[in-house]
Design a protein around this ligand. Structure first.
Ligand code: PLP
Length: 391
C-alpha cells in the first residue's frame, strides 16, 4: 500500500475482503477460531502455520486496525490495546526490567505519571522526570541504564513542543529507546517515527475515534519491537475489542479531514481568546506568539484541536466560565466532534500532588478546550458569553 498517498491508505490499507465480498470491512466478533483438524490446531497454536488462534492476540478486525495505523504512522508494525494506558503498560512491562531507568517528560498525561510512579517503580525500575523542552536536563538524566525515554509533543494541556530529533539523538547515544505519545497530533499531523522516535504510543480513544464512542490504544514500532509487545499481549491480555477496532478503522478513514477542520476551528478560537481582555494567556502552537510556534510549524503539518487558556482569579474564575458555557460539554475526554472543556487541575491532573502540578504548569486558572467541529462562530460566541460573566 505504500505506493499510495496517506489519504488513500487511510481508506484502503490492510483491507482483506472475505468470501462474502463485503465492501465495508467486516467485524470478526469472535473469541476463538475453529480448525479442520487437530493437526491444524496444533500448527496454528505453535506458530508453525500463520493464522488466527484466539482474539486476545490474533483477530482479523484488530489486525486491520493495526495494519492501517502502522501504515499511517510510517512504522513497520503496530499492536492494538484496550486503551492508551494499556499501550503504556504493554510497552513498560515488555521492555523494562529491574534496574532499568526511564527518563520521562514532566508534561505528560496525568495517568502516565501515576502509572510510572506507582506501578513500575515497585518493580525496581527507576523513573526520573525532566522538563520536556530542557535538552540539557535530558542529556544529564539519560545514563547507560536508561532503557526508555518518553514524552508527548505537543503536550496536553500546555502545548509544549519537543524536538523529536534532538531527544532521539540523546537517547540513542546511550542505547535507550524513545517513545513519543502522538495522541494530540495524530498520524495525520505528525510522524515521530520518521523524526527518530523508535515507538509511537496512541490513545485511539481521542481523535482517531473522533466521536467519543470507544476506548483503544496502540503502539507502533519496528517489527522486532512489536514482536516483544505481542509476546506480552498473548500472556497478559490488555487487548482491543474487535468491535472497537472496527469503529477505530472507520475513524482512521476520515482522520486527516477531521484534523484539518479541528485545526482551523482551534486557530480561530485561539485568536479570539488571545484578543480577549479577560484572558491572561493562550497556549496554542498555531499562534505566532506561542513559544514553540516555529518548532511546531517545522515538525507538524498543522496545529491540531487542543488548546488551553489561563484566567486571573484561579479556580473560582475558571469554574465560573466553564459553568457559564452552554454549547460545550464539561468532560475530561478530548478529540470529539463536540467541543469539550475541562479544568485540568481538578480533573485530568487532579491526582498529581500540588508540587507536581506546579512543576507541570497546571495552574488553578487554566481551562483546556478540545475544539470540536461545530461552526466556529458558535464556538466563539459560547466562549464570549461565558467570559462575559467575569464582568
Ligand atoms: C487520553 C490520553 C492517554 C490515555 O489514553 P486512554 O485511551 O484514555 O487510556 C494518553 N496520553 C494522552 C496525551 C491522552 O490524551
Amino acid at each position: 500500500m505504500s505506493e499510495y498517498k496517506d489519504a488513500t491508505n487511510a481508506i484502503h490499507a490492510g483491507v482483506r475482503q472475505t468470501q462474502e465480498q463485503e465492501n465495508s470491512e467486516a467485524i470478526f466478533m469472535t473469541s476463538s477460531f475453529a480448525y479442520a483438524s487437530a493437526e491444524e490446531a496444533a500448527s496454528k497454536f505453535s506458530g508453525v502455520e500463520d493464522g488466527n488462534v484466539y482474539s486476545r492476540f490474533t483477530n482479523p478486525t484488530v489486525e486491520l486496525f493495526e495494519k492501517r495505523l502502522a501504515n499511517l504512522e510510517k512504522g513497520e508494525a503496530a499492536i492494538a490495546t484496550s486503551s492508551g494506558m494499556a499501550a503504556l503498560m504493554t510497552m513498560a512491562y515488555s521492555l523494562l526490567s529491574a534496574g532499568d531507568r526511564v527518563v520521562c517528560s514532566l508534561n505528560v498525561f496525568g495517568s502516565t505519571i501515576k502509572f510510572f510512579n506507582t506501578y513500575t517503580t515497585k518493580f525496581g525500575i527507576d523513573v526520573v522526570y525532566v522538563d520536556a523542552t530542557d535538552y540539557a536536563a535530558w542529556e544529564a538524566e539519560i545514563d547507560s541504564n536508561t532503557k526508555l525515554c518518553f514524552f508527548e509533543t505537543p503536550s496536553n494541556p500546555l502545548y509544549d513542543v519537543v524536538d523529536v530529533e534532538r531527544v532521539a539523538a540523546l537517547a540513542h547515544s546511550k542505547g535507550a529507546l524513545l517513545c513519543v505519545d502522538n495522541v494530540l497530533a495524530t498520524p495525520a499531523l505528525q510522524n515521530p517515527l520518521t523524526q527518530g522516535a523508535d515507538i509511537v504510543m496512541q490513545s485511539a480513544t481521542k481523535f482517531i475515534d473522533g466521536q467519543g464512542r470507544s476506548l483503544g490504544g496502540a503502539l507502533v514500532a519496528s517489527q522486532e519491537i512489536v514482536d516483544e509487545f505481542v509476546g506480552f499481549m498473548r500472556s497478559a491480555g490488555p487487548c482491543m475489542s474487535p468491535f472497537n477496532a472496527w469503529v477505530l478503522v472507520n475513524g482512521l478513514e476520515t482522520l486527516s479531514l477531521r484534523m484539518k477542520a479541528h485545526s482551523a476551528n482551534a486557530m480561530k478560537l485561539a485568536e479570539f481568546l488571545e484578543s480577549h481582555p479577560k484572558v491572561k494567556k493562550v497556549n496554542y502552537g498555531g499562534l505566532p506568539s506561542h513559544k514553540y510556534h516555529e518548532l511546531a510549524k517545522r515538525q507538524q503539518k498543522d496545529f491540531g484541536g487542543l488548546l488551553s487558556f489561563e484566567l486571573d482569579g484561579g479556580r473560582e474564575a475558571a469554574w465560573a466560565v466553564i459553568n457559564a458555557a452552554k454549547l460545550v460539554s464539561i468532560t475530561g475526554n478530548l478529540g470529539d466532534t463536540k467541543t469539550l472543556v475541562t479544568h485540568p487541575a481538578t480533573t485530568t491532573h487532579g491526582r498529581l500532588t500540588d508540587e507536581q502540578k506546579a512543576k507541570a504548569g497546571i495552574t488553578e486558572g487554566l481551562i483546556r478546550v478540545s475544539v470540536g467541529l461545530e461552526d466556529s462562530d458558535d464556538i466563539i460566541a459560547d466562549f464570549g458569553e461565558a467570559l462575559a460573566i467575569l464582568g
